[in-house]
Write a protein that binds this ligand. Structure first.
Ligand code: ZN
Length: 368
């Protein structure tokens, strides 16, 4: 899931003018009509702090990127992507295709020139989920995908209305559903890890008003206006029941299990369920707003967090993730950050970086 720029033209940014006296304050107001008219969407601050800026061209250790998608659309683009991966130090990229059937096969074929550089993961065929034959048809297709080369399952998503991403969607069926138990068992028997996107960042379930400090990004992905949707807490219960009911299946809850607003939720689940891992993809902006809490979390769960991107395949995108993880740079406004807040890099210890970048992924990957 990528982030985008929200559109809400009616919100007016109110900048509080702090001045020593009331006269100065009034004067500024008259001279600066921008404080009355600037739209929040047009507020694009640049840092003027004179601080260290570190360019990290290549990652400190080799990386397995556990969360990417079919961003290269033909074999030439696949080759260009490999050049980028070489330049920045990505040893292997996991393509979460969430596809099955001929669509999956064509992706495998497209990336087949670089079998050591890409692992392709498949989706689940939910088309028979309302019938008794669901587990048979879904498992048969899963086995066929494995024969074709699938190394995992995902990205499967559920933001509160049921499983989707794989087509057709299975609205109303959540990953803890009894109908999924046989599927998860087959996935485990085939040695496949699962990438599972449960919920979304909490701000997207909150009211879209002037108090929602994540609204700059959340508005585009808002869920507060969806009828019948399970809320964030209910989705965490669904994730927990899924882990509990299927202890032999390895789940990677992507995007820090969408708990960056309260990492203790993810921490408790990691403490309780050894079959859970997290990926850090597409949540760099959220955790870099809280660098000390996030740094402690990475250190405490250094054996259970996996590196991921989920943001395309440009050189600068990869370099931004390295900068945010490896350096101590502060107060950064960077692309791929749709929130209004500046970011602070995490300065993670080498031991943590090495595990998150590669070692943890290698533990759970099929044939690695
Ligand atoms: Zn994704």
């Amino acid at each position: 899931m990528k982030k985008g720029t929200p559109i809400f033209g009616s919100m007016i940014l109110v900048i509080l003018i702090t001045a020593c006296s009331g006269d100065v304050k009034n004067q500024e107001k008259e001279d600066s009509p921008i404080t009355e008219t600037l739209l929040l969407k047009n507020f694009k601050p640049r840092s003027i702090y004179n601080l260290t800026e570190t360019l990290v061209e290549k990652a400190k250790y080799p990386i397995i990127d556990m969360h990417s998608h079919v961003y290269a659309k033909n074999s030439d683009e696949v080759s260009q992507w490999v050049e980028t991966m070489d330049a920045v130090g990505i040893e292997k990229t996991v393509i979460l295709s969430h596809l099955h059937g001929p669509d999956f096969d064509s992706v495998v074929d497209m990336y087949s020139g670089y079998p050591d550089r890409f692992d392709i993961w498949c989706g689940i065929d939910y088309s028979a989920c309302e019938t008794d034959s669901f587990h048979r048809t879904a498992i048969a297709e899963l086995k066929r995908c494995v024969e074709k080369g699938a190394k995992g399952v995902g990205e499967l998503g559920d933001k509160g209305k049921g499983l989707f991403y794989s087509k057709p969607p299975a609205w109303g069926m959540h990953p803890d559903d009894d109908r999924m138990v046989a599927i998860w068992r087959a996935v485990a028997e085939l040695g496949l890890p699962v990438n599972l996107h449960v919920a979304d960042p909490k701000w997207m379930y909150e009211k879209m008003d002037s108090t929602n400090d994540g609204m700059m990004n959340a508005f585009k992905w808002r869920l507060d206006n969806q009828e019948g949707i399970r809320d964030h807490g209910e989705m965490m219960d669904i994730l927990e029941r899924t882990l509990q009911k299927n202890p032999n299946t390895t789940f990677v809850a992507c995007h820090f299990a969408n708990c960056s607003y309260d990492l203790s939720i993810a921490g408790r689940l990691l403490d309780t369920y050894p079959n859970l891992y997290l990926d850090n993809s597409a949540r760099y902006a959220e955790v870099s707003a809280i660098p000390r809490a996030a740094g402690k979390f990475y250190t405490a769960y250094q054996d259970r967090i996996l590196y991921g991107t989920d943001m395309g395949r440009s050189l600068n995108m990869y370099r931004m993730t390295f900068r945010l993880m490896e350096t101590a740079d502060e107060h950064l406004y960077l692309p791929y950050n749709s929130y209004h807040w500046p970011l602070h890099a995490l300065d993670l210890p080498d031991e943590v970086l090495e595990k998150v970048y590669r070692k943890n992924a290698a533990k759970i990957m099929r044939d690695s």
